[in-house]
Write a protein that binds this ligand. Structure first.
Ligand SMILES: Nc1ncnc2c1ncn2[C@@H]1O[C@H](COP(=O)(O)OP(=O)(O)OP(=O)(O)O)[C@@H](O)[C@H]1O
Ligand SMILES: [Mg+2]
Length: 677
């Protein structure tokens, strides 16, 4: 028997060996779903003789894709996996768009707008319509994203609108789509939507891709949204060469349009679907598994999944209630230090999971204070901060005025009263003549397209960029950069747009930090004597900076001895020997928005995901008091606490000295009160 399937259980083997038709593996956490995918890839290559380049495996996060890639290459002979696609849905989409960009009408080098960029564009469009309510902005952004994920194009959205409010959003959606196109830009949702539309309209192109991807595997299938679902269906076609694995209890992306019912839809799409259930958990101790099972039993279930484990019974689940959030983070840091010594293990054996990124800041400070190395995934890297992206765009434009993306990013940031319709006209004009936007500003013919006053503003901007560029080239570049940020009053702009002046000032500090890094690089250029001409000057320094960011990211990928920090969402599919879950409180987990929207079931699944990441121990912490919007509030324990098996739990910090608002205690007091009566 192939070494690839030797250690698998019979059901897992069946899932790997079955290649005659579509397969769905439906199973709980830690039951080896991802293992089935990685082994099946290796099996297809090694035993079935399929070329690696004809196989694609999709998942949801970059980290998961990286892990999967590593697992597969560990199974294959060196080099045998060359050409294999293991990527996120979005990356596959991006590849398709890159290769087909001519047919799609995008110029090569199109830019990708992240959520922040989209938000800025939407804000501009809405401001123009006189709508400046920022809550409204969130709503519009979500709605547009939902439409895109559900493959609703602007014309549909408009015709379906039932009232003025919906008409407005549909109108903004239409303008937004036009603006993106004019900017030669795509947003995140487009990365899936556009390939789906392309495959729908161009059967020949679809055929080409079907020929390339002959076997498709999808991990975490419960989190596909409608457009991802369709993309899978298009690529697979009627060949049925598909294996998907998923767990409806781990569906945690409904808020981003995920539809767990896509799993049952498979049965309709493929009547010959081969369904396999796995029931043995190979990850966690029995206690952790029991805790997870207890919790998730509080959600309604279509299929019952009896997960069992023959691992050891394990240590009790610890629930630690601390006085406030600072003590909570301090406690976790201390636990890591002592447990690492006591158990003789590494920092990388610990993971700290939390509901929202804001919870990470204090934890980071405490880890730093105790000199505990840590890696954060999914956090904001320095170079993805808005202010850094802005200033980098200015710098890019200084060294290459033809960089349209950079131009578009900053031509109206800070505001110069150059609006979207002007930019659209400019984009059209430049597009027809195949010149850059910056070059187009100076053309005589443009006067017919753009009102005189606006054109004057554009010309002023152009002159100014050239002036600063000249200063940087002929004089001291750092002085030129300082003059640049002062000229545009970037600090004023940051303060004005931040939630508080302090936040704005902090952001400005990042800008100074960036300029300082450039100064260092430039100084180093002067001391290094083996440099050739190309390595000198602002442009070289800039490229180095961009490269360095990429290098830093690569380093992150390396296996280093660091505590892993991430949100519960980002932890999906991963496993760690010792897990800490922070903030087990009402309004955090379950999150306040989900409580308000009566969507606690999704939060319970998220909590289930967190618990089932743990292999050996699980510690859950909470703070009795917490700062919220500048006020200190008494927190309430998460409602999920009551849903865990009491006999497997060891609590701490719930004594009388704490103002405990534990539901169970509350009931006890009520009982005793009644008894007294
Ligand atoms: N047959 C097996 N024998 C021993 N260990 C196994 C077996 N199958 C899987 N494992 C191990 O169990 C752990 C969990 O497997 P895997 O990550 O594939 O589960 P999963 O179902 O994908 O989990 P999740 O739902 O969290 O994504 C891994 O460490 C894996 O190596
Ligand atoms: Mg998995």
């Amino acid at each position: 028997m192939s070494h690839l399937i030797q250690h698998l259980n019979p059901r897992q083997k069946e899932a790997v060996l079955y290649i005659d038709g579509p397969t769905l593996v439906l199973a709980g956490a830690g039951s080896g779903k991802t293992s089935v995918i990685t082994r099946k890839i290796a099996y297809l290559i090694e035993e079935c003789g399929m070329a690696a380049r004809n196989i694609a495996a999709l998942t949801f996060t970059n980290k998961a894709a990286r892990e999967m890639k590593e697992r597969v290459s560990g199974l294959l002979a060196k080099g045998a996996g060359r050409g294999l696609t293991v990527s996120t849905f979005h990356n596959l989409g991006l590849n398709i768009i890159r290769q087909e960009c001519k047919t799609l009408g995008y110029k090569p080098g199109f830019s990708i707008f992240d959520a922040e960029d989209s938000r800025t564009l939407l804000k501009d469009l809405m401001l123009k319509e006189g709508d400046i309510d920022s809550d409204h902005l969130d709503m519009v952004q979500n709605q547009i994203s939902n439409w895109k994920n559900d493959l609703v194009i602007p014309a549909h959205a408009k015709s379906k609108a039932q009232n003025k409010g919906e008409e407005f959003i549909a109108y903004v959606y239409e303008r937004y789509t036009q603006a993106l196109k004019a900017y030669n830009a795509l947003d995140f949702d487009d990365l899936i939507l556009i390939p789906v539309q392309l495959f729908h309209n161009e059967p020949e192109i679809l055929k080409r891709w079907q020929k390339k991807i002959r076997y498709l595997l999808v991990d975490e299938y419960q989190d596909t949204n409608s457009s991802q679902y369709l993309l899978v269906k298009q690529i697979v076609g009627d060949r049925g060469k598909l294996t998907v694995v998923g767990d409806d209890d781990q569906s945690i992306y409904a808020w981003r349009g995920a539809r767990p019912e896509n799993m049952s839809m498979l049965r309709q799409d493929y009547p010959n679907l081969h369904l396999i259930k796995l029931e043995q958990n190979y990850r966690s101790t029995q206690r952790i598994l029991k805790t997870a099972n207890y919790l998730i039993a509080h959600n309604p279930h279509e299929f019952d999944k009896a997960l069992w484990s023959d691992k050891s019974y394990g240590e009790p689940i610890r629930i630690i209630r601390c006085g406030n959030e600072e003590l909570e983070c301090e406690r976790v840091a201390n636990e890591i230090i002592t447990q690492r010594l006591q158990r003789q293990i590494h920092f990388k054996d610990f993971a700290i999971l939390y509901r929202g990124n804001h919870q990470a800041r204090l934890m980071e400070i405490k880890l730093q204070q105790h000199q505990i190395p840590y890696a954060m995934s999914g956090g904001t890297s320095f170079f993805s901060r808005t202010e850094i992206k802005d200033i980098m765009a200015y710098l890019k434009l200084l060294v290459n005025p033809d960089d349209d993306n950079a131009f578009l990013r900053i031509v109206n940031t800070p505001r110069r009263q150059i609006g979207t319709s002007t930019l659209e006209a400019l984009g059209r004009y430049a597009g027809e003549r195949h010149i850059s936007l910056f070059a187009a500003v100076d053309e005589m013919g443009l006067a017919r397209e753009i009102p005189k006053q606006t054109l004057a503003r554009l010309l002023r901007f152009r002159e100014w960029v050239l002036h600063i560029g000249h200063l940087a080239e002929t004089g001291n570049p750092i002085n030129a950069l300082r003059e640049m940020v002062t000229d545009i009053d970037y600090e004023g702009w940051l303060v004005q747009n931040a939630s508080s002046p302090k936040v704005g000032e902090k952001r400005m500090e990042n800008v100074w930090y960036l300029i300082d890094s450039i100064r260092n690089l430039l100084e180093r250029q002067q001391t290094e004597d083996d440099l050739d001409e190309r390595d000198i000057g602002l442009e070289a320094a800039l490229n180095k900076l961009i490269l360095r960011d990429m290098l830093e990211r690569n380093e992150e990928e390396e296996e280093m001895d660091q505590v892993q920090m991430m949100t519960l969402h980002a932890s999906k599919g991963l496993e760690f020997p010792h897990v800490f879950m922070l903030g087990f409180e009402e309004d955090i987990l379950p999150h306040r928005t989900s409580i308000e929207e009566d969507n606690v079931e999704e939060e319970r699944r998220l909590c289930y995901v967190g618990i089932t990441r743990a292999q050996k121990t699980l510690s859950i912490t909470m703070a009795a008091k917490r700062k919220q919007y500048g006020e200190i509030i008494d927190t309430s324990n998460s409602r999920f606490l009551e849903e865990l098996p009491e006999e497997e739990i060891e609590t701490e910090g719930f004594g009388d000295h704490c103002p405990v608002r534990n539901e169970q205690k509350g009931r006890m007091t009520l009982d005793s009160l009644l008894a007294d009566l």
